[in-house]
Design a protein around this ligand. Structure first.
Ligand SMILES: [Zn+2]
Length: 275
């Protein structure tokens, strides 16, 4: 039962667009625009595969990241996450919601300002706070409106982010299943991912533990131990994955699937949002 009613949105237009991604992967999306979205942003849904034939459809909420999605920034994992989502949703059938909330909702310029603070030692969350923002300002009301308009009230959610599960649940979307994303770990984004894992992305934390292994930088087994160790490594600038993967490899989820352990009951899941 939703905690609050969601204002109805309606489908405005559906347009088919053939896609060819940077690595040559191709698919066809039906891009859907909407009217009545509460934040009046021009969010779009990409219908991929044949979502009408599967229950529940696979859904990804991807927050816009100009630097990562378009230019291949190595400071975050947004580009590889987007690439992974397009292929996995095409295979299963579902929707990729591309949400115009750059930088966890603080906007592009402030995200770049936050990067400057990160270069002086702050982590991604503390940098947002220093700029007068909340650590994560994303609101998924429009996403829920889009899903309702698409008739996707019960979904499998591709994500490691518990906040997405919680917000969508309150907005009347049933998360039938949470599907973890693959781990897109490189030396460049290792500190960013460690911070994100500490920020509550439990499934990401497990993936990082797994990548580090018993002899890796995480030290003794156990999420708590790894978490504490990861903080130390980041502070020392020595956060090194045991087996860093180039982003190009990360773009092929089949080569190394994400966590295989299904989420615990009550373990909310989801994605690792944008930077
Ligand atoms: Zn990003």
């Amino acid at each position: 039962m939703a905690d609050r009613a969601v204002q109805a949105a309606a489908i405005r237009r559906r347009i088919r667009i053939p896609l060819r991604l940077a690595d040559g992967y191709s698919t066809t999306a039906t891009v859907v625009s909407f009217t009545g979205l509460t934040d009046a942003q021009q969010h779009v849904a990409l219908e991929l595969g044949r979502p009408g034939t599967v229950r529940p459809p696979l859904v990804r909420l991807h927050s816009e990241c100009l630097t990562g999605d378009v230019f291949g920034s190595q400071r975050c994992d947004c580009g590889p996450q987007l690439r992974e989502a397009v292929e996995r949703i095409t295979d299963r059938g579902g929707y990729l919601l591309y949400l115009r909330q750059e930088g966890r909702g603080i906007g592009l310029y402030d995200k770049l300002d936050a990067y400057a603070l990160q270069d002086r030692g702050l982590d991604t969350y503390d940098a947002n706070l220093a700029l007068g923002h909340r650590a994560d300002e994303r609101d998924y009301t429009s996403a829920a409106q889009m899903l309702h308009a698409l008739g996707a009230n019960r979904i499998a959610l591709l994500s490691n982010n518990p906040d997405k599960v919680a917000q969508l649940g309150r907005l009347g979307i049933t998360i039938a299943r949470q599907v973890p994303t693959a781990l897109h770990l490189t030396e460049t984004n290792a500190a960013y991912l460690a911070t994100k894992a500490r920020g509550g992305h439990d499934l990401l934390l497990r993936s990082l533990d797994r990548a580090a292994g018993p002899a890796g930088p995480a030290g003794p087994a156990g999420p708590g131990a790894s978490q504490a160790s990861g903080q130390r490594n980041q502070a020392d600038g020595r956060c090194r994955p045991a087996h860093p993967r180039p982003v190009a490899d990360c773009a092929r989820p089949a080569s190394r699937p994400g966590p295989q352990v299904p989420p615990d009951p009550g373990d909310s899941a989801t994605h690792c949002g944008s930077c």
